[in-house]
Design a protein around this ligand. Structure first.
Ligand code: NAI
Length: 395
């Protein structure tokens, strides 16, 4: 099949296997070009391992430290007539590269929120690794079925207390308009916390602890975001922010149970991923941020961010540096004053007419397409491509 991008709003419904593989290889190449990690975890479980921050969190310990990895994700394999999802092809490419490098890699495709998935992963750890010493929790999902009550909860991206009106870019047309979002109800807040808070993270750690497959001195990390004042109503002070507060409470509970310096929340930079492109206002902010950070030579993608998370914090041999709330801050460059001042000044001025001059909107769009394997150098997009790719560890 000749595969082209088919974009529907903030999602691309096709993905290119060779392009996804090229994307994964370039991330591996980046990691291999850095000094090896000083004190790497050697048996790593990544929950949400197929795209975005989770994929980078699988690549860095594997190729920067020689770790065995287990990846959990929810992706679609391709069929003869339909492409698979990008995360499926990314994981195929990851496993192929791991096998070539002699690294253990096993993947599980299914619902991470379910008890069955936890049991299957525990069985694999017992059979192959005995235990795990690092668990990365990097899920981003719009819904969760709670295994205890069978109810399905849906997360929303809404402000709390007052409606929110802000500039926004239509990513299809490049028109800068205004978006207004209604206040979340109490139920919507509670549901978002159920889906994106730390409950399932704790359930994973509970299940692993109960099965006796957590190594002494293990650590676990989940990801959060803070961002600038202008996105506070939709992010930090909105429904997703409540869920991220819950994530921090979960980390505190796990530290009380397993010892300080076990569970961390890492606050990461705003980046183009499948999850972030769905948040109103954020794509315009990211377009302005990329322009400023690229000009200041401070730009990082997911792989550079996670390389820094491991090399400077989780695998440095020293305790991670944390802020007053115990969080690791790899959003430090994004949140630095010169960057934020420049973005805020551009935000005031940006319109449809000056979007390409003031922002890196074209970079945003390219990056979005790359998530699905399009626009990568060295890939022949005119060539007939086989959409069925099997994941070596999933029969
Ligand atoms: P993403 O959309 O690229 O990745 C989500 C991952 O979760 C994929 O591997 C997907 O297969 C997996 N997944 C979703 N539902 C699942 C389910 N039911 N069972 C198993 N796997 C499932 O998202 P991204 O952006 O990498 O987000 C990861 C975390 O990082 C989230 O907590 C997000 O809030 C956080 N974060 C993201 C930032 C950004 O700008 N993208 C910034 C800071 C934090």
């Amino acid at each position: 099949m000749i595969i082209t991008p088919k974009i529907r709003g903030f999602i691309c419904t096709t993905a290119h296997p060779e392009g996804c593989a090229a994307n994964v290889r370039s991330q591996i190449y980046h990691v291999k070009a850095q000094p090896a990690l000083t004190n790497p975890p050697m048996k790593v479980l990544v929950i949400g391992a197929s795209t975005g921050y989770g994929l980078a969190s699988r690549i860095v310990p594997a190729f920067g430290g020689g770790a065995a990895t287990i990846g959990v994700f929810f992706e679609k394999p391709g069929t003869e007539t339909k492409t698979g999802s990008a995360g499926w092809y990314n994981s195929v490419a990851f496993e192929e590269a791991a096998a070539e490098a002699g690294l253990y890699a096993k993947s599980f495709n299914g619902d991470a929120f379910s008890r069955e998935m936890k049991d299957e992963v525990i069985a694999a750890i017992r059979a192959d690794l005995d235990d795990v010493d690092c668990i990365v929790y990097s899920l981003a999902s719009p819904r969760r079925t709670d295994p205890t009550d069978g109810e399905t909860y849906k997360s929303v991206l809404k402000p709390i207390g007052a409606p929110y009106t802000q500039k926004n870019v239509n990513t299809d047309t490049g028109v800068v308009n205004t978006v207004s979002i209604e206040t979340a109800s109490d139920d919507e807040i509670a549901h978002t916390v159920k889906v994106m808070g730390g409950e399932d993270w704790e359930l994973w750690i509970d299940a692993l602890a109960g099965a006796g497959v957590l190594a002494d001195g293990f650590h676990t990390v989940a990801y959060s975001y803070i961002g600038p004042d202008l996105t506070y109503p939709i992010y930090t002070n909105g429904t997703i922010g409540r869920a991220k507060e819950h994530l921090e409470e979960s980390a505190a509970r796990m530290n009380a149970r397993f010892g300080d310096a076990t569970a961390y929340v890492s606050v990461n930079k705003a980046l183009v991923t499948q999850a972030s492109s769905a948040i109103p206002v954020v794509p315009l902010y990211i377009s302005l941020l990329y322009k400023v950070m690229k000009e200041k030579d401070l730009h990082e993608g997911t792989i550079e961010q996670i390389q820094r998370l491991f090399s400077d914090h989780l695998a440095s041999g020293n305790a991670p540096a944390v802020d007053e709330r115990g969080r690791i801050r790899i959003d430090d460059w994004e949140m630095s004053e010169p960057v934020q001042e420049a973005v805020a000044a551009a935000w005031e001025k940006v319109t449809t007419e000056n979007l390409s001059e003031l922002s890196d909107f074209s970079g945003y769009k390219k990056e979005f397409l790359r998530l699905f394997g399009f626009g990568l150098e060295g890939v022949d997009y005119e060539k007939d491509t086989n959409t069925e790719r099997s994941l070596p560890s999933i029969s």
